[in-house]
Design a protein around this ligand. Structure first.
Ligand SMILES: Nc1ncnc2c1ncn2[C@@H]1O[C@H](COP(=O)(O)OP(=O)(O)OP(=O)(O)O)[C@@H](O)[C@H]1O
Ligand SMILES: [Mg+2]
Length: 363
């Protein structure tokens, strides 16, 4: 069943349009993650779904019913923000019980739901504490618990973990992953800047840029088959390397000439209209292989070496590239600044985009 659908949803503040027609269907129970550069409209979209911002045009449906005009409180949505505004003078238990008390629910019903939320979020030891006696991660879990108690149909999270330190983020991310397993009927939309959160939590990721959807897909679809250069470079870290190439021969597979002058046959179908065309060739840092000069797709001088133990990152100065090409090679490697290195990649790991940055697989 469709949990939530957006049809040609636009948002303008006065003359400035910030969302340019968003179309998206989300299944009930799905965990959707919005990612995109700062200012692309993620929070605005979330706030429109929550009912905290007007929808300039287009339609928002929750479980098939149009809700554009429905006040926030009646949409069955709960939202958790980056900053957790807990009531400072109330215990954890009372913070979580508050909304149900206002709604005049019975004491037993309140107790049952608060205890259930506390169990899910492992907050049982802290129920009698005030927020000031909790860590940031625990406070954020109380904010989530407070939302769970309301049994929303749709759960919205706007960068809920971004105020936490690295270790707490990992721990709280696991709590959220567990929550997703338990609340199978609840649709969740989660905004983050964190690649790992996006890749590990999402059923599907929505990549936004400047108020438009660039691509929607499972984390691995976006990683293995990005629709365009923007998505290719946004998903994955360090970002995919892009260089110029030319189409040598079109057909069921494509033969392309790399910057190095070396030809490679890539298993991507190409249309005759692309014969001789300028292309963009993408290789992820982790897909590079060290090669002989004669086979190299990329050659250059090592600018600097980052040894991380499990992998070595090589930043390479390649003629014609403003930015360094980055290779992520397994293990501890003995490269030095100034040394020449030649790299290639397996044909099936090579991504081809046309001059406008559209993947040949998506043309
Ligand atoms: N009340 C407002 N009036 C005018 N412009 C606004 C208003 N709120 C947001 N904007 C603009 O809308 C655009 C989208 O903002 P939004 O907060 O949705 O971005 P975001 O993707 O959440 O960014 P971040 O990752 O930094 O949180 C921005 O250019 C912002 O300046
Ligand atoms: Mg935001």
């Amino acid at each position: 069943m469709t949990g939530l659908s957006l049809t040609n949803v636009k948002k303008s503040y006065g003359e400035t349009q910030v969302l340019h027609g968003i179309d998206l269907d989300i299944d009930q129970g799905e965990f959707i993650v919005f990612v995109g550069p700062s200012g692309c409209g993620k929070s605005t979209l979330l706030r429109m779904i929550a009912g905290l911002e007007d929808i300039t045009s287009g339609e928002l449906r929750i479980e098939e019913a149009r809700v554009n005009e429905l006040p926030a409180a009646m949409r069955g949505i709960a939202m958790v923000f980056q900053t957790y505004a807990l009531y400072p003078h109330m215990t954890v238990y009372d913070n979580m019980a508050f909304a149900m008390r206002i709604a005049k629910e019975s004491k037993d019903a309140i107790h049952e739901r608060v205890m259930e939320a506390a169990r899910m979020l492992q907050l049982e030891p802290y129920l009698d504490r005030l927020p000031k006696a909790l860590s940031g991660g625990q406070r954020q879990r109380v904010a989530i618990g407070r939302a769970i108690v309301r049994q929303p149909k749709v759960f919205l999270f706007d960068e809920p973990l971004s105020n936490l330190d690295a270790a707490l983020r990992v721990q709280t991310r696991i709590e959220i992953a567990n929550l997703k397993e338990e609340l199978t009927e609840t649709t969740m939309i989660y905004v983050t800047h964190d690649q790992v959160e996006a890749m590990t939590l999402a059923d599907r990721i929505v990549v936004l840029s400047a108020g438009r959807i660039e691509q929607v897909g499972t984390p691995l679809e976006l990683y293995t088959d990005p629709a365009n250069v923007f998505v290719a470079q946004f998903i994955g870290s360090p970002a995919m390397n892009i260089s110029k190439a030319r189409m040598e021969k079109t057909g069921e597979t494509s033969i392309v000439t790399a910057e190095s002058g070396h030809n490679i046959e890539v298993p991507v179908r190409s249309n005759e209209s692309l014969a001789g065309a300028e292309l963009q060739l993408g290789i992820r840092p982790e897909d590079f292989l060290v090669a002989e000069e004669a086979d190299a797709l990329v050659s250059g001088q090592v600018l600097f070496v980052e040894s991380l133990g499990e992998v070595t990152l090589l930043h390479i100065n390649v003629q014609g590239h403003d930015d360094a090409v980055v290779a992520k090679l397994p293990g501890i490697l003995d490269y030095h600044k100034g040394e020449t290195i030649h790299l290639t990649a397996s044909p099936e790991k090579i991504h081809l985009f046309n001059a406008d940055g559209i993947s040949l697989k998506h043309l």
